[in-house]
Design a binder for this molecule. Structure first.
Ligand code: ADP
Length: 556
């Protein structure tokens, strides 16, 4: 089972030769020049084109973007990405192929909010490439763009039990990034709305419905995988439903694996809510089952879907060895995890190196790789121009501007939530400006107060020449920013694994991270003389501003 989980992703500390080279060249920090790439042919005249028209990707016509463009450069029309990311076929196959069904609330790129979506897609593709049969089951969110799904077809019309009724439900099959996906579409209000999360329906009840609907579909369709792989609290009720209901019906073969990507959310639920999916909620209100320990003696007591999932799954995985240790030492679920220690594993996440590949990435204005790094400089200049960051200078007596590549560019691409070290991101903006660098934050806040705080920051910085704070979600722009970056900042207070640092390294950017969870397992400090072999970035430990300052530049 473990191999299926680690799959081809075990090269997690993957550090391509681009980033090794960049790290070596840039042992110096913000105060030093980042200009280490050769001047690409495009810049041979040191004289960037003055006119603008829309950039045309994949063609010979190349045009620089500008902040004045009617359509921002990250909203250009790009070639279809799916065509270039088929599952690799040249990987050695495992000798014992099995059938795995992932049941998940997110899947990249069609329903991605954070790393969960990336990891489900990457893991499924890794297992497919090793010869296993893999399906993903996903709610058919109304916000999913159907043109991103290949071969979409209705395969089953069936009914799913919910709150005393049988709800007509459709199952569709399609292919996304080379992975067969089964989309579950209820006829009620669940999963309607503009976004993956935050619709005007009860989210917890929608995922309870979804968990049962997936098992019901397997039963109706006569599908019995070897492994049902559930993710996060959203699908935490599925192991309960499987062992206490569907095992007594016709599903016998599957074993259930739960991956915990982040223990922040526990899936807090009342007994009545759990009962709506057909289980007797009161049966699960005990220490050894699904009660939320913190609510014992309260009126009412609460259940935790995540805890239930831990207890009822055959194996539980979290996304890095260090986060495993951290979760065994702190938080109210530690005692449950300790009781289930023998089936609890910490397996480091990885990134899909085909999806995240600067040599083929369709969102980049120029591709690059370790042996041909020139395109990275074009990506940086492209982003700088498109966002109106200063990227040109003039030599005395010469009216023609030339490109100044000696300003380090740091990017931070993140959900804007407390976990991600919001005060450290704010401090990094301030410090970068003081040091004469440039910084771009691409982030989305779900909390109104955080949103306002960052809007204020954006208002006070975005007119200047060195800082851009972009409050939105954009997959396309995120690819361009990783490609443009000299450094990627991940200052998380805690981080189960973190993908941004790995993607950054894949795109030739040096990670600057706080030493916690998976960041501690993937980034090793340049100044750690005991571990020179592994050194690949800059690591700081404290959660105070001084610690961050010391990682970004000279300690003050
Ligand atoms: P988490 O899962 O906690 O959000 P990870 O580092 O594991 O953090 O994964 C985050 C993923 O989401 C990365 O692929 C990152 O590039 C992406 N991401 C985060 N915020 C944004 C955003 N505003 N726009 C585009 N991509 C984003």
């Amino acid at each position: 089972m473990e191999f299926a989980l680690s799959g081809n992703l075990s090269n997690t500390c993957f550090l391509n030769s681009i980033s090794r080279r960049v790290v070596k060249q840039r042992k110096t920090r913000m105060l030093y020049s980042s200009a280490n790439f050769n001047v690409p042919p495009l810049f041979a005249h040191s004289n960037p084109p003055k006119e603008r028209t829309l950039a045309v990707f994949g063609s010979e016509v190349f045009v620089w973007p500008s902040p004045a463009d009617e359509i921002p450069f990250w909203k250009n029309t790009f070639p279809s990405r799916d065509a270039s990311i088929q599952v690799p076929t040249d990987i050695e196959k495992d000798s014992n192929p099995i059938h795995i069904i992932h049941v998940t609330a997110e899947m990249a790129p069609i329903a991605k909010v954070g790393g969960l979506g990336d990891v489900v897609t990457g893991l499924a593709r890794a297992c497919l490439s090793r010869g296993h049969a893999v399906d993903v089951m996903l709610p058919f969110y109304a916000c999913i763009e159907k043109q991103q799904i290949n071969d979409l077809a209705l395969i089953t019309e069936y009914n799913t039990f919910y709150d005393g009724n049988w709800v007509p439900t459709n199952a569709y099959r399609g292919v996304v990034s080379g992975i067969p996906v089964i989309f579950i579409e209820p006829s009620n209000e669940f999963f309607k709305g503009q976004f993956v999360y935050g619709g005007s329906y009860n989210e917890l009840e929608a995922y309870l419905f979804f968990s049962r609907a997936c098992l019901e579909w397997m039963q109706v369709a006569g599908v019995q995988p070897d492994i049902i792989h559930v993710h996060e609290w959203q699908t935490g009720a599925l192991p309960l439903l499987y062992w206490d209901m569907y095992q007594n019906l016709s599903l016998k073969k599957p074993r259930v694996v739960l991956t915990i990507h982040n223990m922040e959310h526990y899936g807090e639920c009342t007994k009545d809510q759990l009962s709506k999916c057909g289980l007797d909620g009161s049966i699960y209100a005990s220490m050894d089952k699904a009660i939320d320990d913190r609510t014992i003696g309260h009126n009412p007591e609460r259940l935790s879907l995540l805890k239930g999932g831990i207890v009822y799954s055959n194996a539980v995985v979290t996304v890095s060895p260090t986060y495993l240790k951290e979760t065994l030492c702190s938080g109210w679920l530690a005692s449950t995890l300790l009781r289930n220690r023998e089936k609890y594993f910490g397996i480091l996440n990885g990134i899909d190196t085909v999806i995240w590949d600067p040599a083929t990435d369709v969102f980049l204005p120029a591709n690059f790789h370790a042996q041909k790094p020139e395109g990275k400089k074009i990506c940086k200049y492209y982003v700088q121009r498109g966002l109106g960051l200063v990227s040109e200078g003039t030599l005395a007596g010469d009216p023609v501007p030339y490109i100044t590549d000696n300003v380090p560019l740091i990017v931070c691409i993140t959900r804007l939530v407390a976990q991600k070290g919001l005060h450290l991101i704010t401090q990094a903006i301030k410090r970068t400006e003081e040091l004469g660098g440039q910084m771009i934050v691409l982030g989305k806040a779900s909390d109104g107060r955080v949103q306002r705080e960052f809007e204020d920051l954006a208002n006070s910085h975005n007119q200047g020449s060195s800082i851009r704070i972009l409050l939105m979600y954009s997959e396309e722009l995120s690819h361009m920013l990783y490609a443009a970056a000299d450094m990627v900042l991940v200052p998380s207070i805690y981080e189960p694994c973190g993908l941004a640092q790995m993607i950054g390294m894949r795109y030739g950017a040096v990670p600057v991270v706080r030493k916690t969870g998976g960041l501690a397992d993937t980034v090793f400090d340049m100044d750690d003389s005991s571990n020179r072999e592994m050194a690949n970035g800059f690591v700081f430990e404290g959660i105070d501003e001084g610690s961050l300052n010391c990682a970004l530049g000279p300690c003050i």
